[in-house]
Design a protein around this ligand. Sequence first.
Ligand SMILES: C[S@@+](CC[C@H](N)C(=O)[O-])C[C@H]1O[C@@H](n2cnc3c(N)ncnc32)[C@H](O)[C@@H]1O
Length: 509
Amino acid sequence: MSILEQKAAALYGEQKYPEALDIYLSLYKKSPKTEKYSIFCGNCFDALGDAEQAISFYKKASKLNPVSLTSLIALANVYYNHGDYKNSEKFSYRILKKSPDNVSALLNLGNIAYCRNDYETAFKFYEAVYKNNNASYIAVVNMANTCYDLKRYVKALDYARLALKLYPSSVDAYIIRGNSYIELGRYEKAENNLLRALDFKDNNPWIYNALSRLYQKTESWDRALDAGWNAILCTKETQKEQQINFGYLLYECVEEKGAETAAYYAAKWKNAFPDNKIVAYMAEAILNNKPVAKAEKEYVKQIFDAFATDFESTLSGLEYQVPEYIAEAVRQSFRRESFLPIKYLDLGCGTGLCALAVKPLLGWSEVTGVDLSEKMLEEAKKKHIYNRLIADDLSIFLETEKNSYHIITAGDVLTYFGDLQNLFNGVAKILNKKGLFVFSVSENNCNDNDYFLTPSGRFIHNNDYILRLLKKTGFEKLSMERKALRNEGDKVVYGYIVTAKKILTVEGN
Ligand SMILES: C[S@@+](CC[C@H](N)C(=O)[O-])C[C@H]1O[C@@H](n2cnc3c(N)ncnc32)[C@H](O)[C@@H]1O
């Protein structure tokens, strides 16, 4: 190694990446055909977060030495780290062609499958690493984790025990054991393992979350709330996921133990995070101290982005029937009056369940979907039923949309709005005369208010309010049927499927 190379390596080791990069770039310029300089430049760019440049240098290195695995491994890793699973997969398989037992490629493929919730495939890749090297802690702990996700709790316990043999202070292994014991109903063992995990790392929110879940199971609400509170204290304020977990915990607490205890924590939570919009919204849903007109955008985005890949399987378990009811309402009222394509807009389209049910009833049509959650839209795109998918807040979309539509649906989305006046006005503005607006609302069975924000963070509406508002915004009600929309916990959520026809041109149209 030349003196310059030694200097660059030392700078890289000290994480002084810009300085190391300067030297490697000068070496590369002097000797552009030397594979290692391209690799080193790529590594520096990668460390500096410039994936595009890193990839370009790794590709140069790969051309210089097509039989080398170094650049292929670097490419597979950089793509994986930037969420480009397709390319990471491509390079991982190229590596396996040359070297079928390559650990880096097998782990990458396992992780990609895991991120896609394909736990069976993920397990197979981790197992392949383990078969080649039964001292690989990473393989074993990932096998344990994957078994947990596959609900194979006894196996998860076995692999987590093995992981602890290989790495006795593994916090992850203790958490997996704690969670598995919770699922198996062995609460004392669960607590022992989770407390052991805390001994090693007392600022890990996931340990506190698991403890909170455990105490909920044993109905020790004070301890559950205390553990939940610790989870948010040891996380950065910006970590939305933990804040939402705590909001859900308060909601469960209202349901199981009553509003008083939850209200105490909700007030404390709001005070501790005064600038956090998700906290303000979820705490208000518990406290109900002041009117709230609409769900907080950040909150909606966060929950549905996180929920997108599991949305349909979860909802089918909750007997979610809104898309079918909406389709039935469309079947009853829709009459094609034109040979031109029917322009159909699906508001809060989510993963596309409403359009999937409605589009076949329309014949030749152009379908537009709008939703706040980009991850839900990614799922919708896979169905190939939409001509246009737009990521936007409905309030903004309706204000700015210039196209007009024959039919507009909104399935289980108005539950994220309290005051519906602007939304109905917006729909009326872009609906053709005699156009149909078909939507669902959840029924307000708590009080006589027009709308009410429940501790779950969702709004429920009074049917008189809906009827009044339809009239006011230029619609004629064609039907309003009370239905069981879905289950929530062990309760059935009732609501209305409403079909309205636009009769007036409202202001601004
Ligand atoms: C319960 S899902 C229903 C999805 C779909 N309509 C269905 O029936 O399966 C509610 C959807 O409304 C979206 N949503 C809620 N508030 C929104 C807003 N202000 N703007 C746009 N989309 C919103 C959410 O992102 C989510 O995808």
